[in-house]
Design a protein. Structure first.
Length: 217
C-alpha cells in the first residue's frame, strides 16, 4: 500500500457523475477506495445523462426514456447545492442519494431528494430546484467541461487527471466500468493500470461483453 501523502503532493482527480447511473455509483465507490490507497485528491462534478441524450430520445428504449426524465431533478438539485453551499457538499450528497437509489432502491422522487438533503445537513428546500431550470445553465456548463474531454459517444462517469507535462492536455477517460467496486489495494492497482493505459498516446478502448449486472455488495 502506498504511504499517505500531504494534499500538496496529491494528484488532483476530477470526477464527473450522474447520480442515477448504477455503474457510475460503483466507479465512484472505487474512486473513494483509491483515495485511501493512493495519493489523490478528488473533486466531484455533476454531469447529466439527460443532457447527453436529449437529442436522441427517440432512439432509446422506453425504460431509458423514462429514466432520462427522472434524471433531471437529481442533477439540478446537486447543482443547486454545489452553487449555494460549496462544491464540498457534492460528494456527501451524492453518497446519500446513491445509497437510496442503488442500495435501497428508493424511488427517484421529491421525497428521496429531500431525505438525502436532510441527511447531509442541507436545506430541504433545495429539492424544489429539481422542478425548475433555474440552475440549468450551470449544470450544462459542468456537463460540457467533462464531456468535451472525452467526446459525445461515452457516458457517466468521466475521470480526468493533469497531463504529464505543464501545459499538456488532461488525461481523461470514461469509466472504468467494473463490478463489484474493488476495495483496498485491489482498488489502487486498478487505478495504476487505468492511468497507464489512459496516458498512452493513441490509446482509446478496452472492452468486453458484460456478463453480470451491477453488484453493490
Amino acid at each position: 500500500m502506498h504511504a499517505s501523502t500531504s494534499p500538496a503532493s496529491a494528484t488532483p482527480v476530477d470526477f464527473w457523475f450522474d447520480p442515477v447511473c448504477p455503474w457510475t455509483w460503483l466507479t465512484s465507490r472505487w474512486m473513494l477506495e483509491v483515495a485511501r490507497t493512493r495519493p489523490v485528491e478528488v473533486s466531484w462534478h455533476v454531469m447529466s445523462l439527460s443532457i447527453l441524450n436529449e437529442n436522441r430520445l427517440d432512439e432509446l428504449p422506453e425504460r431509458i426514456r423514462v429514466l432520462m426524465g427522472e434524471a433531471w431533478a437529481p442533477v439540478r438539485v446537486l447543482t443547486a447545492a454545489g452553487l449555494t453551499h460549496g462544491p464540498e457538499v457534492l460528494e456527501p450528497l451524492y453518497t446519500a442519494l446513491g445509497t437510496r437509489y442503488h442500495l435501497q432502491q428508493q424511488p427517484r422522487n421529491l421525497a428521496t431528494l429531500a431525505a438525502a438533503l436532510r441527511e447531509t445537513g442541507l436545506p430541504v428546500e433545495l429539492a424544489d430546484a429539481g422542478d425548475t431550470d433555474r440552475y440549468d445553465e450551470e449544470l450544462r456548463a459542468s456537463h460540457h467541461r467533462g464531456i468535451t474531454l472525452v467526446g459525445q459517444d461515452v457516458g457517466s462517469p468521466i475521470i480526468a487527471v493533469p497531463g504529464p507535462d505543464e501545459g499538456s492536455d488532461p488525461i481523461a477517460f470514461f469509466g472504468p466500468v467494473v463490478t463489484p467496486a474493488p476495495k483496498g489495494e485491489h482498488a489502487g492497482r486498478l487505478w495504476d493500470g487505468v492511468l497507464t493505459v489512459a496516458s498512452t498516446s493513441g490509446f482509446y478502448e478496452i472492452k468486453r461483453t458484460r456478463t453480470s449486472g451491477p453488484d453493490f455488495s
